[in-house]
Unconditional design. Structure first.
Length: 243
């Protein structure tokens, strides 16, 4: 079980998250939608403390971290339970695809380098990039780089995978290959929390869709409920705007 309780976050005088409460079941795929600037990405970053919320708690499995008071050990334990996929790939430019995936296994999990590289190669094979293992990011397409980024997050076998608009930096023709990989993960019942503007992906893959506005969860439900029978006027307006 994953639980967020009363998460608040301000940047200066601007309130970005206003008391977020959310529970996620094991294997559940939740897609967060909403206009830019509504706190979606900040929420993801607060879950694994890339951003520190001003107040609230995050629980993943048997680990609970209080935003206002926690130890480095608690923070590390929580981060070990998450994998983060960034919108701008965030690969190490001086490392090959295989090394990028192995790095987390070495530094976070404490694996030996040889063991980590062997496992990284297996992951690259699984995501259709086995022949790119010794390529550096600059030699890969945007879609390939993002798939390596997903592979890196997968390697840690996290309780929760966080996706921050994983296709927003891609050319339109490359979006499909990344979404297909995410669909494959969904079939394997990987717990995922996804911020995206890809409405069709949300319709096809999500168990639950959450609409955020003004730093709050305004409405949530099945894709059928959200897209076919939206209740909140802000959600109705948003859906008209995105078509």
């Amino acid at each position: 079980m994953i639980k967020l309780h009363n998460i608040h976050k301000k940047f200066g005088e601007v309130s970005v998250l206003n008391g977020i409460d959310l529970e996620i079941k094991k294997g559940e795929i939740i897609v967060i939608i909403g206009s830019s600037g509504t706190g979606k990405s900040t929420l993801l970053r607060c879950i694994n403390f890339l951003e520190h919320a001003d107040s609230g708690t995050v629980t993943i499995g048997d680990v609970t971290v209080n935003s206002e008071s926690h130890t480095k050990a608690e923070l590390l334990a929580l981060r070990r339970k998450t994998g983060f996929v960034f919108q701008n790939y965030a690969l190490f430019s001086h490392m090959t695809a295989k090394q990028n995936i192995a790095e987390g296994l070495i530094t976070v999990r404490g694996w030996k380098k040889e063991q980590a590289l062997i496992h990284a190669q297996k992951i690259l094979e699984n995501i259709g990039l086995g022949d790119k293992s010794n390529q550096y990011p600059a030699a890969l397409s945007g879609g390939q780089q993002q798939r390596v980024g997903i592979g890196r997050a997968m390697a840690l076998q996290p309780d929760l995978l966080l996706f921050d608009e994983p296709t927003s930096a891609l050319d339109p023709e490359l979006v499909g290959e990344v979404l297909n990989l995410m669909k494959d993960l969904a079939k394997e019942h990987q717990t995922m929390l996804v911020v995206t503007h890809e409405m069709q992906f949300a319709k096809e893959v999500a168990d639950r869709v959450i609409f955020m506005a003004d730093g709050k969860i305004i409405e949530q439900g099945s894709p059928q409920d959200i897209f076919s029978n939206p209740q909140d006027l802000r959600l109705q307006k948003f859906l008209r705007q995105v078509g």
